[in-house]
Design a protein around this ligand. Sequence first.
Ligand SMILES: NC(=O)c1ccc[n+]([C@@H]2O[C@H](COP(=O)([O-])OP(=O)(O)OC[C@H]3O[C@@H](n4cnc5c(N)ncnc54)[C@H](OP(=O)(O)O)[C@@H]3O)[C@@H](O)[C@H]2O)c1
Length: 302
Amino acid sequence: MRAVWFTRYGGPEVLELAEVPEPHPGPGHIRIQVRAAAVNPYDWKVRTGAESGGRPLERPVITGQEASGIVDEVGEGVAGVAPGDAVFGPTVRGAVAGFALLRHWGPQPRNSDFVASAGLAVVSETAERTLRHLGAPPGATIVVHGGAGGVGQAAIQLARLRGLAVVATAREANHALLASLGALPTTYGPGLAARVAALAPAGVAGAIDTAGTDLDELIALAGAPHVVSIANHAAAARGAVLTFGGRDSAWDVLPRIAALVEEGRFRVPVERVLPFREAAEAHRLSESRRATGKIVLVPDLD
Ligand SMILES: NC(=O)c1ccc[n+]([C@@H]2O[C@H](COP(=O)([O-])OP(=O)(O)OC[C@H]3O[C@@H](n4cnc5c(N)ncnc54)[C@H](OP(=O)(O)O)[C@@H]3O)[C@@H](O)[C@H]2O)c1
């Protein structure tokens, strides 16, 4: 099959089309014929080597961590899904390829298509995971720092569905977007704690940090144990929760996300659709940190 991979760490230009062996699903996995793959910041952090802990690249890496497509092979022990089903989910070893393996998935929402569902999984799992860590009771107010990004928008929506009030940060151009999701908007940066306190005079029960900045202000607002960060490596040393998924992952949320999309109660907007061969441009767009919707790659390889 054709895939987009890199054989050395570097800028977007290291991404190249390659002919690679097709994967086949082991126990608990399914294989999909990929119809769309979404780009996440993790993809370019892996590509630059920033996630490697200084270790050299041992083997080529197929880029991408989530996709949508049609099930065409089902591994041993898998129930509830069959060849021909349309699904979306996180991929096991790369997404921007003819075929991909999934260990977790949700059914494609009936009112959705492959492009729209390709980017549902990572942001919604991450948002759900941070909300579970916070455990704020209905009626409480939380802060979503970095509310206009993919994870931020998902966190605002899932928080509102839990009955939480939300104060969210973004640059001013994105404040109407935050308000449309049901959050009270404010800006990043110095004075954040005071601005949030003015919007939530009864105090906040916690803060979700998707931005990786303003940690002192978030801790001042919520107290370190009630700050959950997905983006600031200094958070754990300060007594905040730092999560990257793993044992605490929340992939079980995917079928519920599919249902919420069908009911019109949850959305992950798509900002740009590009062919696989323009994967480098897709990474550049994501790396610009300006996107407020998913950047999605569709196969153009055969
Ligand atoms: N730990 C985990 O499990 C996990 C999982 C998923 C993602 N992440 C990380 O979480 C972060 C957010 O991911 P995402 O998918 O939501 O990203 P994204 O969709 O690419 O976020 C884009 C948003 O980031 C905001 N932004 C731009 N520059 C910023 C800055 N200097 N500081 C803070 N925010 C800035 C922008 O909003 P404004 O223009 O309004 O600022 C933009 O809308 C990334 O670092 C990603 O790697 C971690």
